[in-house]
Design a protein around this ligand. Structure first.
Ligand code: DC
Length: 226
């Protein structure tokens, strides 16, 4: 065990509820919660802002090296992320930023830079980290590893509902296409492709709601801790 407790990795495809489940479990344990995708999104945001081509290897790497992150624990367990002293909030969740994040995350050297920053945050434990490669690359020695998945159609349906509820424009077919493209890129990139760790607990969330997924994860954690 680490100084502050376990390091729990929750990986999987986008739209499987990793963040909500991770936050709920972290709150129950009194742990912090970090979404590593936010760090890729922060890099994407800077790349976008500086008019860097996401495929420009050296410029993206330089931008990654320049990023300075600080994290402040919130009452809901999440770690609020400041990028170069600034809270970027909802800007990181624009569709465009997500797409650029998926593209810059194919840059192996930039990944190494961000991976080191993630290790700095998590090495003492007492944290739930959500992402794509937390259990395989960032912390292969994580005490517990989960991998959440769901069909692309189910995830597109969830995203569609979310956007509708927020009063935003939503086109189911466009969303499905974007999810399929992102999945393909994330799982076929040469460096750290999205795949479950050999020792991960795999949960298909297609037919489960958030409470049911949280309950399944929580049961495994209690089993482990017992
Ligand atoms: O989880 P998210 O949608 O916020 O992540 C945005 C992008 O970042 C996603 O397309 C893949 C990338 N990512 C990654 O490559 N490795 C991680 N550990 C987390 C995210």
């Amino acid at each position: 065990m680490r100084v502050n407790g376990m390091l729990i990795a929750i990986d999987g495809t986008a739209g499987t509820g990793k963040s909500s489940v991770g936050k709920a479990v972290a709150a129950k344990l009194g742990y912090g919660f970090l979404s590593t995708g936010e760090m890729y999104r922060a890099l994407a945001y800077k790349v976008f802002e500086k008019h860097i081509e996401p495929e420009d290897h050296d410029a993206v790497l330089a931008a990654a090296r320049q990023l300075h992150f600080t994290f402040v624990r919130q009452p809901d367990a999440s770690l609020k992320m400041y990028v170069d002293g600034e809270y970027l909030g909802g800007k990181l969740h624009l569709e465009e930023v997500g797409n650029v994040a998926s593209r810059v995350s194919t840059n192996g050297e930039a990944r190494r830079v961000l991976t080191e920053k993630m290790r700095d945050v998590g090495e003492d434990g007492g944290i739930v980290m959500e992402g794509r490669d937390v259990g395989t690359v960032v912390f292969p020695d994580a005490e517990m590893k989960f991998y959440l998945d769901a069909s692309a159609e189910e995830r597109a349906k969830r995203r569609f509902k979310q956007l509708k509820e927020a009063g935003e424009h939503a086109d189911y077919n466009e969303i499905l296409k974007s999810i399929q493209e992102r999945d393909y890129r994330d799982s076929h990139r040469a460096v750290s492709p999205l795949k479950p760790a050999e020792d991960a607990v795999i949960i298909d969330t297609s037919a489960l709601n958030l409470q049911q997924v949280t309950a399944a994860v929580w049961e495994k954690i209690q089993h482990y801790a017992a």
